[in-house]
Unconditional design. Structure first.
Length: 198
């Protein structure tokens, strides 16, 4: 006895953008694939024209698609979606640049090293040097990643919503930004042959 594999024909969205947006609103993943195929390059090129650091560029691209998902039922002129995406991507890039410019106080968040009084002088010297090197490498990260790490690992504990408000990103963006920052920091530590568990 043989079994036949039933294959669905791929969705055809050549009829128009309104139909495609309706399908996205109904949760059709093929419709999302089609939108990404049509406009992914345009969104990426728009963001790349701002010459952001890699992590910030990825954030801007991701947030642009998030804005589309949030506003899918409010797009007034579906045939002009490309213009809407370009405008949204530009706004996200400008927002990131403004946040980096307007938050210099976050770059100097409290990261003072407090020596362990029970440790030997030699240990305190080595540990202090290593800590200073670590924060020097953190300072080499892009402004958003640097700010997230400085706030999350400062002596004073900040809640995620406080960090998000201060840096100007959604609470849900803190975790991914932190992960990217730690990945970049790990590479820098390996380049300098410093071993840490992060």
């Amino acid at each position: 006895m043989t079994t036949a594999t039933i294959r669905r024909a791929p969705a055809d969205y050549s009829k128009g953008m309104a139909e495609l947006l309706t399908a996205i609103g109904e949760g059709d993943p093929a419709a999302w694939d089609e939108i990404l195929r049509r406009y992914g390059g345009l969104v990426s090129a728009t963001v790349r024209s701002f010459r952001l650091q890699e992590a910030d560029a990825l954030d801007a691209i991701q947030t642009t698609w998030l804005r589309l998902a949030e506003n899918i039922n409010r797009v007034r002129d579906p045939e002009r979606l490309g213009g809407w995406l370009v405008t949204t991507a530009r706004r996200e890039c400008l927002h990131i640049l403004r946040q980096a410019k307007n938050r210099p106080d976050l770059l100097s968040a409290a990261t003072e090293v407090v020596a362990d009084s029970s440790a030997s002088p030699e240990w305190r010297t080595v540990n202090g040097h290593t800590d200073r090197m670590l924060w020097k490498l953190v300072d080499e990260l892009c402004p958003r990643q640097r700010s997230v790490l400085r706030m999350l690992f400062a002596d004073r504990l900040y809640a995620y919503d406080t960090v998000a408000r201060a840096i100007g990103i959604p609470v849900g963006g803190i975790g991914p930004t932190r992960t990217r920052a730690l990945r970049q920091l790990r590479k820098k530590l390996e380049e300098h042959e410093i071993l840490f568990e992060i």
